[in-house]
Design a protein around this ligand. Structure first.
Ligand code: FAD
Length: 320
């Protein structure tokens, strides 16, 4: 049983979440005695990482029609590859693009779909089982679904990368996929920040406790020293202290980094909805009763303007 994995890329470079989806697909392929096949759109022949993280085959569609992401054409590309290579399951990372194309693929293929999966499927008799997040990441549900013909979306950062040592065959396909959608992307504005928030393993986030936008230098410096990205609470982006692309929570971006440092953020339920599944949470807050401490692995009751400069100085000390 072959597994198809969509390897999403940005400027010809694959996202970490694509590698996670590939490792996931490879483990499924091993279970079902099939191949893990990556499908992608690369205009330059850069397939680095795809074989290492699990692809037995790579099918590349270099068509110009796919230069700007549009869900319909990308779904058609994936369906084309799935049919050609006889794939019984399609694994897609639950990114913005993944969320847009997964249901279209399920409809076009007449497959079932499960979204928000956080662990490897297990065989239970004639069915498969896996866990998904529910209620804005506040709980988990165990799902049972058919053993074949599934579209599975995988939450980024929920499964480990695995490395494999097998030869990968690259197949170029020149089929074009004209954008027949009524909606067209006119422009793309790249979010600031060196590391995309959804890809970051470490996120330094701050809230209204920072008092004003002029105080974000220390947040950026701490994030830089840790090799992480910056984020913020909703009021902070509403007041335009920080760009909306940094807003995390129920109405913002959902992230699941290895380390989330929350500075001067109260920990309202709507904020936790977007960050509560982070693997480790560190909270810095002057108020020892702040709700965020209940969700924290480590807490510092203290003034951000005192604690953060000390953290920066200590990190510089360690790194020098
Ligand atoms: P505050 O609640 O003002 O908290 C500031 C914190 O900083 C306090 O805990 C305070 O003790 C601490 N503090 C103050 N000074 C210092 C200092 N010097 N050092 C250290 N700590 C200090 N919010 C989101 O973030 N994301 C969402 O997606 C979101 N969606 C929402 C959706 C709906 C429908 C609604 C109703 C609300 C939503 N909210 C969301 C808003 C949410 O309810 C909170 O109001 C918001 O998260 C609070 O932001 P904050 O913690 O930055 O500010």
């Amino acid at each position: 049983m072959n597994i198809l994995v969509f390897a999403e890329s940005e400027s010809n470079t694959f996202k970490k979440s694509s590698f996670e989806a590939l490792s996931y697909g490879k483990e499924m392929a091993k279970k079902f005695d099939g191949m893990c096949i990556a499908v992608c759109h690369q205009t330059q022949d850069n397939f680095e990482g795809l074989g290492k993280y699990g692809a037995d085959k790579v099918v590349n569609y270099a068509s110009d029609d796919l230069a700007i992401f549009n869900p319909k054409s990308y779904a058609e590309m994936i369906v084309h590859a799935a049919k050609k290579h006889n794939c019984q399951h399609i694994v897609i990372s639950q990114t913005y693009s993944g969320k847009a194309i997964a249901p279209l693929i399920a409809v076009l293929m007449e497959y079932n779909i499960v979204t928000g999966i956080v662990d490897l499927v297990e065989e239970k008799g004639e069915q498969l089982e896996a866990t998904k997040t529910v209620f804005s990441n506040k709980a988990y549900a165990r799902l049972s679904f058919p053993k074949d013909r599934m579209v599975i979306t995988l939450v980024p950062n929920s499964c480990d990368l695995k490395e494999y040592d097998e030869k990968t065959e690259i197949i170029q396909n020149s089929t074009s996929f004209e954008n027949q959608s009524q909606t067209k992307s006119l422009d793309r504005i790249k979010a600031k920040g060196k590391i995309p928030l959804t890809e970051a393993e470490i996120v330094v986030s701050a809230g209204r406790g920072l008092k004003g936008p002029e105080n974000w230098n220390m947040i950026e410096e701490l994030a830089d020293l840790l090799g992480g990205a910056t984020a913020c609470s909703k009021p902070v982006s509403d007041m335009e202290w920080r760009p909306h692309s940094e807003h995390v929570g129920q109405t913002g971006i959902t992230i699941k980094p290895d380390l989330y440092i929350a500075i001067g953020i109260s920990g309202a339920i709507q904020h936790l909805a977007g960050v509560g599944s982070s693997k480790n949470i560190v909270v810095i807050n002057t108020d020892k009763e702040a709700p965020f401490f209940k969700a924290a692995d480590y807490g510092i009751v203290g003034d951000a303007f005192d604690v953060v400069p000390k953290m920066i100085a200590e990190l510089k000390n360690i790194q020098s």
